[in-house]
Design a protein around this ligand. Structure first.
Ligand code: SF4
Length: 280
């Protein structure tokens, strides 16, 4: 059997960096309390491994549980300045793993709102990244979750900037930008969607045309893995979503060419285990 990997798969830059920062912090500060505010990654195996090394995962609303002088890892989604300030007040060591793309949005929002511009962000109100970025707005801030929200906006001739949660749907962003562009006469549109998701999707579509079946490896609760699986189902006659090598469906072992891809929070070691299991 021939196993073909998608040309882009697995950890995105921001998630890889956050996991590496966490591993280093657990080594450097062994004996101290080390927390992350929210799960660093949507992958149970990696999280369990970090927990075994001592990482304590709190939710973003559990700041009061953070012990003074402890170590806190800020995940790739970032946090609002209020959270950073609360941790500084507790004398915590802050390991900032905010993805540079998210940090760029935070800086844009801070600068634009300090000049009196209205900030319009597309995104999910419950997402940690959105809460963090919103915290950098000092003046008027509008969150649009969908087209209906955009349609309900009144017309405005003030200066505004439109940007997006990095993992927002590009199609939705395009539709929302057109609506907002008609309402705001002085609007700067800044498409800040991260290319990581599109790169994985595009290389999967290419892979599907060259194999008999595709295995999509990743957590069952990982949104980007689920979207990859949906694309595989549309473009390949056989597709399966698995979390580990043990879950490879039996019929895949009979195929001549099997393609593999993986979500942005799937570690390299699991991808390698699947590859090995197919070829042994
Ligand atoms: S998806 Fe993009 S923005 Fe989000 S953590 Fe990964 S690299 Fe950063």
């Amino acid at each position: 059997m021939e196993v073909k990997r998608a040309s882009v798969l697995g950890f995105c830059f921001g998630v890889r960096r956050a996991v590496e920062y966490a591993e280093k912090a657990l080594e450097d500060y062994s004996g101290k309390k080390v927390y992350s505010l929210g799960p660093l990654i949507h992958n149970e195996i990696v999280l369990q491994n970090l927990k075994n090394k001592g990482l304590e995962i709190l939710s973003e609303d559990e700041l009061e549980k953070v012990e003074a002088k402890s170590v806190v890892i800020i995940r790739a989604h970032g946090v609002s300045p209020d959270v950073t300030k609360a941790l500084e007040d507790k004398d915590c060591v802050i390991i900032n793993a905010t993805c540079p793309r998210v940090n760029a949005n935070q800086i844009t929002v801070q600068k634009a709102s300090s000049k009196g511009k209205t900030i319009i962000l597309t995104g999910d109100s419950n997402h940690g990244e959105v809460k963090g970025v919103a915290g950098y707005a000092q003046g008027k801030f509008i969150l649009l979750e969908n087209e209906a929200d955009a349609l309900s906006l009144p017309e405005d001739d003030g200066e505004a900037i439109l940007l997006s949660q990095t993992t927002f749907s590009p199609v939705q962003f395009e539709k929302i930008s057109q609506i907002v562009g008609q309402k705001y006469k002085n609007l700067k549109i800044n498409n800040t969607i991260c290319p990581a998701t599109k790169e994985r999707q595009d290389s999967l579509i290419d892979l599907c045309s060259r194999v008999d079946g595709v295995l999509v490896i990743g957590g069952k609760n990982s949104a980007n893995t689920i979207r990859l699986f949906q694309t595989a189902q549309k473009n390949c006659p056989h597709a399966a979503h698995i979390q580990s090598a043990e879950e490879i469906p039996a019929d895949f072992f009979a195929f001549e060419r099997v393609g593999i891809t993986a979500g942005a929070s799937t570690p390299d070691v699991i991808i390698e285990q699947v590859e090995k299991a197919l070829t042994k």
